[in-house]
Design a protein around this ligand. Structure first.
Ligand SMILES: Cc1cc2nc3c(=O)[nH]c(=O)nc-3n(C[C@H](O)[C@H](O)[C@H](O)COP(=O)(O)OP(=O)(O)OC[C@H]3O[C@@H](n4cnc5c(N)ncnc54)[C@H](O)[C@@H]3O)c2cc1C
Length: 302
């Protein structure tokens, strides 16, 4: 599309909405060589899109009409005019019509007002329940009302983002595995969170976070190249090492090294350590030297 005189949607494209879909559409339109203008009925701080996405869109030249709503489209001799009404926030912060109108030119209007899940594949499945929001009801184990059918991600009641969908995938896999064995999955108990006082921060290198590369604004406006680069393997591993791992043993071997009584037994990579209480005198060296507060001293029961 780059450099063509007549982009598919025309020159002036109005995008109606304030979520990440609206922002994505407007930024794509810009890259296709047209002029996008977002019309959104609330203020920037109330827009569901991430603020950084809005900022990047503005940097790329996307225009936004905040507190505005489309009243009418396809007007004028050439059907290219749309009327927008300005909104004002009421006492409760909700946008209300003001009766003040403005005309914009538009070759296309894209409505980016929400997403629906296509549940067509589940039609007629007995026991399956669909909520009034058009998503599938699931239990805590992510199983639907039909035994053996599990669901997650956008099609269940939850936040709609990649992180949640990936998490549901992992959780569903564990529950499916247990269900196929005729068992119920029980997550392992979580250990206590180690507060900062239990950590030994001296153990960790003082390293600033890695900065991810950003594509130049000019190149962002005309190509679909990745805007913010990811981390390469070594940077990602470095970032992971900045984690203080509060309360989670990461097998640094400090306890093993400092124990004067050889009471700490290494169980092998990923298996952490065991304590041989027949040898342990309870000196507490391992607790004092554990960087992440993963070891707790408990009074011996007599
Ligand atoms: C424009 C837009 C921008 C977004 N931006 C972000 C963002 O920046 N960050 C973020 O975290 N999230 C973002 N999201 C949301 C994110 O994409 C979703 O929350 C996430 O992809 C949900 O994952 P999912 O696996 O549930 O569904 P999907 O990723 O939609 O996967 C469902 C898959 O099932 C397939 N499928 C559907 N029906 C059938 C069938 N009958 N048979 C076989 N296969 C079928 C579909 O083709 C699809 O591949 C965005 C969404 C949109 C629409």
């Amino acid at each position: 599309m780059e450099g063509e005189d007549k982009p598919m949607l025309g020159r002036r494209v109005v995008v109606y909405g304030g979520g990440n879909t609206a922002i994505d559409v407007a930024r794509s339109v810009k890259r296709m060589g047209a002029e996008p203008i977002i019309v959104y009925r609330r203020t920037r701080d109330k827009a569901p899109a991430h603020d950084f996405e809005i900022e990047e869109a503005l940097q790329e030249g996307v225009m936004v009409k905040w507190l505005s709503t489309i009243k009418q489209a396809g007007m004028g001799d050439d059907n290219r005019q749309i009327t927008i009404e300005k909104m004002a926030l009421d006492d409760k912060g909700f946008p209300q019509p003001t009766g003040e109108f403005e005309t914009l030119e538009a070759d296309s209007v894209v409505l980016a007002l929400g997403q629906d899940v296509d549940l067509g594949l589940l039609n007629g499945v007995p026991g399956l329940e669909v909520t009034k929001d058009g998503v599938v009801k699931v239990g805590a184990d992510l199983m639907t009302g039909h035994p053996g059918i599990f669901a997650g991600g956008d099609m269940v009641p939850a936040e709609r983002n990649v992180t949640v969908a990936v998490g549901h995938g992992k959780k569903a896999a564990r529950n499916i595995d247990a269900w196929l064995r005729g068992e119920t999955y029980a997550p392992p108990p979580k250990h206590e969170v180690a507060q900062f006082e239990k950590l030994n921060p001296w153990y960790y290198a003082d390293a600033p976070k890695t900065v991810r590369p950003m594509l130049d604004i000019i190149r962002r406006q005309s190509t679909f190249e990745e805007v913010q680069g990811g981390l390469d393997e070594s940077n990602a591993l470095f970032e992971a090492r900045r984690c203080l791992s509060c309360g989670n043993c990461f097998e640094c071997d400090n306890c093993y090294g400092v124990c004067p009584d050889n009471a700490v037994i290494k169980l092998g990579p990923g298996k952490r350590f065991q304590f041989n209480y027949d040898y342990c005198k309870g000196c507490g060296m391992c607790v004092a030297e554990c960087p992440c507060g993963a070891i707790k001293m408990e009074a011996e029961e007599i």
